[in-house]
Structures are given as structure tokens and as C-alpha cells.
Design a protein. Structure first.
Length: 193
């Protein structure tokens, strides 16, 4: 913490700030074990009286994708859908493909891990890595049928990557953009560009 400044914002808080800057009102989510930093940032935002986005918990990725797509179509606004790594991405993939082919502005995000629970300060045990069966992460799975799909190389790219993903989803031709967000980067300090 720098002298005279409060604690650094987490990557999750910065992620929410970028979404607010794009007017995102709702986050539709079928949550997985990698989203606790985001839930903490949402709770902090509410405690501070900061408006939006509102988190809506949905039981299955298929349904979460469908609700996000329907919201974007009905309102013309950017929708955000969060899913679990690997299997969650696969369950949402039909909706992701549909959103892209129907030119619907939706930012789909999946959690992942860059440490796979190994090393100093690991947040879970090494067994967690077995759930990320796709080399290249969830972004690689949906790349063929999205407007853009990518992961983050470092925590400091989170804000810029989120901004760019939102921008690409809403700019013509609109479509589905996929962003893979590592748990470690959501929990770590990050800065706005």
C-alpha cells in the first residue's frame, strides 16, 4: 500500500468498474469455485452504495447464457454472463455461438487458474488443475465461434482486456466476446489503465 493511499483495488473490483463504465446493469452467472473474489467485490460495492452491476445467480450455464442473450436482445445493452471453467464453458457454448451468429452483444467470462493450485500461496490444492482439461484455457474452446476470445497474460492486463472485450462486443458488428479470467488475477491488486 502506498503512503497516503488506501489498499489497492482487486482485479475483481476493477473488472466491475470497467463493466459499470460500459453501463452494464446485470451479471448473469452460473457460478463456479473461481468467482469468490468477484462476490467479495460485489458485496463491497453494495456496502459502499455503489450502483450496478447487479448479480443474478442462475442454476445452469445454458440458462445463464440464454438469459444474458435475451436481456441483450430485449434492451440493446451489453450483457455479461459468467460461467465455470471448462465444463461451464462447454455448457454455455451453444449460447455463446448463438449470440455471436445473431450479432448479440454479450461478454462471456469463465474463470480459470494460472497456478493450478501449486506453489507458494496457492489458493486451493493441486487437485484443482484436473478440472481445467483444456490446454490454453477456456478461451481456446470457444475461439472458433466468437468475435474474439482470449485469456490474460498478467494481472495488470485485466482492466485493459475487459475494456477491449466490452468494446468489441458492442461495436459493429456486435457479437459474443469471451474472456477467461484467472482466479489469481481477480484476487490480486490491479490498476485501471
Amino acid at each position: 500500500m502506498a503512503a497516503g493511499k488506501g489498499p489497492a483495488k482487486t482485479g475483481a473490483a476493477v473488472f466491475l468498474e470497467v463493466l459499470r463504465n460500459y453501463g452494464v446493469e446485470y451479471i448473469f452467472s452460473s457460478p463456479g469455485s473461481e468467482w469468490p473474489p468477484l462476490w467479495e467485490a460485489l458485496a463491497e460495492q453494495k456496502a459502499r452504495g455503489i450502483d450496478g452491476p447487479t448479480y443474478i445467480n442462475i442454476r445452469h450455464e445454458d440458462t445463464a447464457a440464454g438469459v444474458a442473450i435475451g436481456y441483450a436482445k430485449a434492451t440493446g445493452k451489453l450483457a455479461v454472463c459468467l460461467v465455470h471453467a471448462s465444463v461451464g464453458t462447454l455448457h454455455a457454448s451453444m449460447g455463446i455461438r448463438a449470440a455471436n451468429f445473431e450479432k448479440t452483444p454479450v461478454l462471456f467470462c469463465a474463470g480459470e487458474s494460472v497456478t493450478f493450485g501449486e506453489g507458494d500461496g496457492a489458493w486451493v490444492g493441486a487437485q484443482w488443475g484436473r478440472y481445467l482439461a483444456d490446454y490454453g484455457g477456456p478461451a481456446r474452446v470457444v475461439e472458433p465461434f466468437t468475435k474474439a476470445s482470449y485469456g490474460l497474460p498478467t494481472p495488470n492486463t485485466l482492466a485493459g482486456a475487459t475494456h477491449r472485450a466490452c468494446q468489441m462486443a458492442v461495436n459493429a458488428p456486435q457479437g459474443a466476446v469471451f474472456l477467461s479470467l484467472p482466479f489469481e488475477y481477480l484476487a490480486a491488486p490491479a490498476v485501471l489503465p
